[in-house]
Design a protein around this ligand. Sequence first.
Ligand SMILES: Cc1cc2nc3c(=O)[nH]c(=O)nc-3n(C[C@H](O)[C@H](O)[C@H](O)COP(=O)(O)O)c2cc1C
Length: 388
Amino acid sequence: MRARLSADFERFRRGLPRDFATHVREAYGIDLAARYLGYPLPHPIGKGSGQLSLNPDQLETDRAAGVAFVVLKTLIAETATGERSMGAWALHETRMTVERRHADSREGWTVTWKGRGWDRSMDEYLGLVRVARDLTRAGEKGMVALPSVKYHLPRLHEPFADEEYAHTTAELARAWGPDELPIEKDFSPTLAGDSLADERGRILRWIAEIPERIRKAARHCARVQLKLMNARFDDDFQVDMLAAARDADGATVFNRLFDPDRKVAYGGWELSDRNLRVLDRARARGVPAGSLCGTGNICSGRVLVDYARRGCESVQLHTFFQLPLHEYPATVGSRSQRALHALVFHPADGVVAVMLELEERGLLHRRDGMLHFLDLPSCASTEPSSTS
Ligand SMILES: Cc1cc2nc3c(=O)[nH]c(=O)nc-3n(C[C@H](O)[C@H](O)[C@H](O)COP(=O)(O)O)c2cc1C
């Protein structure tokens, strides 16, 4: 199997088949099937909301590459008359810098960017949502793709701006059509750096109340994934946030860290260390995981498996999809294809290699002759993550 993996890795440098999950099943007896917000996926690797999911061309490139799902850039909610309580997040900024970021002796990557949410009109966003809807409906030939929204967040004794929830959700639901509307609700890292998020009770209230508020606005025809931020409090509070999210249909854990001095969000190893540590702590405290999607410094199959062993049924990446081309081992294809190739087929650190390694160590077992990605929580780690 190891020899075969090295041969596949070499062969797929020159082009990864879109249906690589079928190949992995047939060649290695590994079932990569995964889930995001109740959607069955052929494998766990999706794209997080951001600058790489702003237009139909980017979506088509990801579909063609075989990315499992894509979360569209975050829309800033508005009322029927165009008022946006979170308008400060609709900032126009095009410049991004992909930079090295060191943590201890480990070298990682981060993207430095001063922008925030969607900075064009709601109508343009709804056009993109219709493209996402068609891709989602197309099943195997398409790809799951869904909107992300940032809605009004009140202070503790203030009411929610219901009109903003009602109008934006209704517009999205209309664009999506009769099926249940999937939404990721973003609590962004820049929010963590804002005075709005300096009170614990306020954050817990948002997390507990928002899922039902969105569902109500969609006439109970929506599924809500909360993308939790890394708040500026300790790990235990981060677990409290996860516990407060129990009424959501899923949680994405956890968006980037915030540097208050530079006033920018960042990722790299500090982000995955923190996220994995918090997921371990949640398990130790018996906080039910619910349906989780991991995010943060997923730069190899090994880190991906670290998230999966802690309960994540899929993952969403941003930074690893935007590295300089020469950083990927593949020599042909879009960045999305090259990233998938490294994450799945790398002979030492790809998902296939790491799952075979767990089997060899007696930690992961075959069922019906297959290793299953979704069984990874059964070999929950008592050892340090590969990132620490
Ligand atoms: C330039 C940039 C823009 C982003 N914009 C958004 C956004 O609009 N909404 C959101 O929910 N997350 C956003 N993110 C967060 C990513 O989706 C992702 O969750 C996060 O960067 C951690 O994953 P990574 O380490 O693979 O980048 C953004 C990230 C980057 C780097």
